[in-house]
Design a protein around this ligand. Structure first.
Ligand SMILES: C[S@@+](CC[C@H](N)C(=O)[O-])C[C@H]1O[C@@H](n2cnc3c(N)ncnc32)[C@H](O)[C@@H]1O
Length: 428
């Protein structure tokens, strides 16, 4: 009997919402057109673990060894030892069941260490949230000198909305009957409702902090909750009280990373930041051209980008475009004898020039910066130049940890280690 009932429920097509409280969510057909990020390619966003969408999901084989969940570990509520209940609220809300597949939930709960406390920052009180000026609203500023690789903050979000959730909805029976535009509108509306439910279950101080965040989506059909989520979400939409206040720069000085075991967003410096300077992340792909970046930033209400004077300078941004396009193409270097008239080791100069250009563009957050440093270290090991290896290794150390929390290989930190490197033996 119960089985039949649930079957009948399942086959019911998804209905366009008929009664919409226009005061809460201004849902109107036709306004999604320029809704931007995550709604331009809504239908290609999917939950990789969803059984209907992924052949792998039938037999999920995560890359990290995960232990199976024990029965008592599947509570409706997760008790967190630091009393912050952000994710507990997310699990408890209906959103969990509508938007997170059981596989994703299992993946998170079985992550080794979950839910351990976020890391303490390298320096306490390292930042302030104050007016950034120039119409950018609030921003995060260094309250003391911060060194490259320092942990500025490891913050547990107020709410997490997985990017994959649209796929779960899009997979509902009957969804295909709607036009693509209608589907986008339904997704926008339904997700907004789910977020509102999660929001209503958050502690009051988080509800207030959430509603105080900037909303750059007041006109496109996103409701107040969805609009704030889309303006402030980082990495699969983690909405934080402080980190969501970090403004965008095309040459950012901090980077963020998401850590499931602590369920937190980590901000680390990629270069030294003097006290009083603004800390910035990138909301788009930093090696894209200025025009491509402008397109990606428009949905955040950033038009034009006010990150620096150079960004709006036509001549400077042309030079920068040309350089960034080249940085997408990694250098392929191999030792070769100098051409007539060339200085010895002229081939090394290519990598040195690239490093200099990356530093002039302040692109320490780009993968290419780290790659170029590793390349220069290898070249100098091959040329048996210990001092230069140590020089580049100091720079590499500052950017090695920022994304994956990996430590730089010990080998590069001492003369002895360097002499054990395979390239040293080749060089000899
Ligand atoms: C995630 S919020 C950042 C915090 C925001 N300034 C605030 O007051 O809450 C993103 C919003 O900040 C502003 N913003 C961020 N970076 C900007 C930039 N480079 N140029 C202009 N506005 C920017 C835009 O209004 C954007 O919608």
């Amino acid at each position: 009997m119960t089985k039949n009932k649930s079957k009948a429920k399942k086959s019911k097509p998804l209905q366009t919402p008929s009664t919409v409280d226009s005061k809460i969510i201004p849902f109107r057909y036709g306004v999604v057109e320029n809704a931007g990020r995550s709604f331009q390619n809504t239908l290609s966003v999917y939950d990789p673990f969803h059984p209907k969408l992924s052949p792998k999901a039938k037999n999920p084989t995560p890359s990290h060894p995960r232990r199976p969940l024990r029965k008592h570990e599947r509570p409706k509520r997760i008790d967190l030892h630091d009393n912050i209940q952000s994710e507990a609220r997310v699990w408890r809300s209906r959103m969990t069941y509508r938007h997170i597949s059981i596989h994703v939930k299992h993946f998170i709960l079985s992550t080794p260490g979950f839910p351990r406390a976020p890391l303490p920052p390298t320096n306490p009180d390292a930042y302030q949230i104050v007016d950034a000026g120039g119409g950018k609203g609030l921003g995060m500023f260094a309250a003391r000198d911060i060194r490259a690789v320092d942990l500025v903050v490891d913050e547990r979000p107020m709410m997490v909305v997985p990017g994959s959730s649209t796929g779960v909805l899009a997979n509902k029976e009957g969804f295909g009957k709607y036009t693509e535009e209608q589907q986008k509108q339904i997704l926008l509306y339904e997700m907004g409702r789910a977020i509102e439910i999660a929001w209503s279950r958050m502690p009051e101080m988080h509800q207030r902090a959430f509603m105080e965040l900037k909303n750059a989506h007041e006109q496109d059909g996103s409701g107040p909750h969805m609009g704030r989520t889309r303006t402030n979400g980082r990495i699969d939409c983690a909405i934080c009280k402080d980190i969501s206040r970090i403004n965008h720069s095309c040459s950012p000085n901090v980077v963020f990373s998401w850590h499931i075991s602590s369920f937190s967003v980590r901000i680390r410096a990629v270069r030294d930041i003097p006290s009083g300077s603004e800390m910035t992340i990138s909301y788009c792909r930093i090696l894209d051209s200025a025009a491509e970046r402008a397109k990606a930033l428009a949905p955040y209400g950033i038009d034009p980008c006010l990150c620096s004077l150079a960004c709006s300078d036509f001549v400077k941004s042309n030079i920068s475009d040309e350089r960034r396009a080249r940085f997408k193409d990694p250098l392929k270097l191999s030792p070769k004898p100098p051409e007539p008239g060339e200085p010895p080791n002229a081939w090394v100069q290519l990598a040195l020039t690239r490093l200099q250009e990356l530093e002039e563009e302040n692109l320490q957050a780009a993968r290419e910066y780290r790659r170029t440093l590793v390349q220069l270290i290898h070249i100098r090991v091959f040329l048996l130049d210990v001092q230069k290896v140590l020089y580049f290794a100091r720079k590499l150390k500052a950017v090695y940890k920022v994304k994956d929390e990996e430590e730089m290989p010990e080998m590069y930190t001492s003369g002895e280690g360097i002499e054990r490197h395979p390239y040293w033996m080749m060089g000899e």
